[in-house]
Write a protein that binds this ligand. Structure first.
Ligand SMILES: C[S@@+](CC[C@H](N)C(=O)[O-])C[C@H]1O[C@@H](n2cnc3c(N)ncnc32)[C@H](O)[C@@H]1O
Length: 438
């Protein structure tokens, strides 16, 4: 990526968006990389973050508005001009504090600086029309799927699936929540401290928090950068969404158990399992990607945990590697479409498609089968995803239980929608292997 050191905030945002739109970069990674590499002030960083996330979140609506202002199809517009128009239209339509004139002039200036000076008149004309016309009247769209898709900026195929699965009201609430800002949530490491003490320690470092909505181990950051705190460096907490905490809680662990985390990287749930076991017993953290296993090791080291071992293997082969009935607990936090975390990672909604979901559900079932084989009788198997998509959730669990109805019983199945607790959307299914505990 081009060095961003001398770029203006808008030029920075344009480069990041260009990578996300045309090179399939992940917005959060591209943003972190660019901001670390730039000499922008904190205020400018916040502006860049807002423009990047906002433009991606509202993409559908922005493209629709831009399409209305042009004679030729918007999709045929030059790549850079497309990005400039999208991010400038976002500022015009959704950022109240940016004066209209500034959004237009800066868009034109960006075209000049980014090698598209010949199109500055075009950019100017389109943005003036957008400013004059504003947002469309969504009420005039009679089809509910089309209306939700356009008004809340989600792909139509996804809205159709969510309406079918959960109904119009739940779908709309979910889509609206996906447009909000995501919180940063912390999980207290109870092996080192307790929630009140951590809250006070963070406050002394200028970081304000409030108690979470779902988990007694969670704090929500309301002000400040917890990442750079001394409490983080010494392992007093980890970053984790509250829904993820519930997954580990559903595994119902205790000290001394032998636990397999089949898809473990970057280790958020692994480390919580070890903490809940008082770091006594064994937690085997498996992931298919070696580079991701290193992330688990970093967290384990930071938290000072000794009960975790990492391993790199395709989880669909676990039944070949281990004897049957080896582990007391098995967690399958499966690779999934991630459609429950769209609020924090908005590009997911544009990058995912129905074909990928089909492939994922086949993989999920294969992993679940292999993982179930290595679980001891009486043990708990938890299957979870950070998505809300029946094909990857209920249908995977139902297919598994249909085949194993004599050997597995369903204990608890829960979908958490992002709008319920302001957390990530998650699916959690806890099952028990029949037979006596050994
Ligand atoms: C949802 S993430 C796990 C998140 C993790 N449990 C946590 O809480 O930090 C799914 C993980 O599955 C891994 N994965 C994908 N395919 C896999 C496979 N066939 N076998 C094992 N791991 C796999 C991915 O590398 C990814 O890290």
């Amino acid at each position: 990526m081009a060095k961003t050191t001398n770029h203006t905030p808008r030029m920075n945002a344009a480069h990041i968006l260009d990578r996300v739109f045309f090179e399939e970069a992940y917005s959060h990674l591209a943003l972190n990389e660019a901001l670390q590499d730039s000499s922008l002030s904190e205020v400018d960083n916040r502006f860049v973050t807002e423009v990047v996330y906002g433009t991606i979140k509202r993409l559908n609506t922005l493209d629709y508005v831009l399409e209305q202002t042009m004679k030729q199809p918007f999709r045929k517009t030059d790549r850079r001009v497309k990005t400039i128009l999208r991010m400038s239209a976002y500022q015009l339509l959704y950022m109240d504090r940016i004066p209209e004139r500034a959004a237009i002039n800066e868009g034109v200036e960006l075209a000049k600086r980014w090698g598209r000076g010949g199109l500055k008149g075009f950019v100017n004309g389109v943005l003036r029309t957008v400013a004059r016309q504003g947002l469309p009247d969504f009420k005039r769209i009679s089809d509910p799927v089309q209306r939700i898709a356009l008004e809340t900026s989600h792909p139509e195929w996804l809205v159709r699936k969510w309406v079918q699965a959960y109904g119009e009201d739940v779908c709309r609430a979910m889509c609206e929540t996906n447009l909000k800002r995501a919180y940063t949530t912390l999980r207290v490491n109870r092996l080192q401290t307790d929630r009140d003490t951590l809250q006070r320690d963070l406050q002394a470092e200028g970081i304000e928090t409030s108690a979470g909505n779902l988990s007694p181990d969670s704090l929500i950051v309301t002000e400040g950068q917890a990442m750079h705190s001394a409490s983080f460096a010494k392992g007093a907490f980890s970053f984790q969404d509250e829904s993820s905490m519930l997954v580990t809680q559903a595994l119902d662990v205790e000290a001394g158990l032998n636990v397999l985390d089949a898809c473990a990287a970057p280790g958020g749930k692994t480390t919580y399992i070890a903490e809940r076991m008082y770091d006594e017993g064994q937690v085997l953290a498996n992931d298919i990607h070696p580079h991701k296993s290193m992330l688990i090791e970093q967290q384990v080291q930071r938290l000072g945990l000794e009960s975790v071992t990492t391993r790199t293997e395709d989880a669909t082969d676990l039944d070949d590697t281990f004897e049957a009935e080896t582990f007391d607990r098995v967690l399958v936090d499966a690779p999934c479409s991630g459609l429950g975390v769209v609020r924090a990672k908005p590009d997911i909604k544009w990058q995912m498609n129905p074909e990928q979901i089909k492939e994922l559900s086949a993989l999920q079932l294969r992993i679940l089968e292999a993982a179930a084989y290595v679980l001891k009788p009486g043990g708990t198997l938890v299957y979870s995803t950070c998505t809300l998509m029946p094909e990857e959730n209920e249908e995977v669990v139902d297919a598994f239980l249909q085949k194993h109805y004599t050997s597995f019983a369903k204990d608890e199945v829960r979908s958490i929608f992002p709008q319920q607790y302001d957390s990530d959307g998650f699916f959690i299914a806890a099952m028990t292997k029949r037979g006596d505990k050994r």
